[in-house]
Design a protein around this ligand. Sequence first.
Ligand SMILES: C[S@@+](CC[C@H](N)C(=O)[O-])C[C@H]1O[C@@H](n2cnc3c(N)ncnc32)[C@H](O)[C@@H]1O
Length: 237
Amino acid sequence: MCQEKKEKSRLSFSILSLFPGYFDGPFRESMLKRAQESGLIEISLIDIRSYSEDRHNRVDDRPFGGGPGMVMKAEPVAKAIRDVKEKGSKVIYLSPQGKPLTAKLCRSFSEENHLILLSGHYEGIDERVIESEVDETVSIGDYVLTSGCSAAIVFVDAVSRFVPGVVGDEESVIQDSFEGIGLLDHPHYTQPRNFEGRQVPEVLLSGDHAKIEAWRRARAEENTKMRRPELLKKRRD
Ligand SMILES: C[S@@+](CC[C@H](N)C(=O)[O-])C[C@H]1O[C@@H](n2cnc3c(N)ncnc32)[C@H](O)[C@@H]1O
């Protein structure tokens, strides 16, 4: 993480937050770690507090008009964004009020070169800096998190999977839920054949690839009908 830049990575993320330490674990493990080591993605962590000109390094203040909580001030956020912005960078504010993050949106973000992810805290960020600096606002779901840090982790993970080479077997990305045929994935099984009396479906042991394919497709349709029927409607429309 945050390694010296040798060659330009396929996709760079700059995460602006008040808690850079929050990201220590998730980006140092597994596929995202390997993707950084192989130069496919690059992740830089920027501490918004280091852009505060306040004598006490404060980055928040009480809201005009009164009410509960604190609001992140515009100046340090604007300075941080302007400092990391390059030609072609896209600035994304993670907010519960944003456009829902879908697989389709992740795929399109994966084609960018540099994504600046702005993570808020407290009641949010002074609206004026959102108006002046942000290109898109994205939500990871209809619930409110304590900060945008966990949303930034979800965003980097979901978008990076679409960068060629990040997931070892690209076929598995195409076969995942929401991809390709727009259905949920089929169920998966591995050893042992008998787990506490539950058997692996016979067809998967048959070696007949056409039959296995047909079975998987039927189970994917069943799964989707049972768990997310609105996806089937979307495919028909
Ligand atoms: C407590 S929230 C502020 C919520 C804000 N007052 C509202 O109701 O829209 C603090 C920060 O967490 C992040 N956040 C919270 N929920 C989120 C979500 N569902 N998706 C993305 N970011 C989220 C945003 O960056 C936000 O500025």
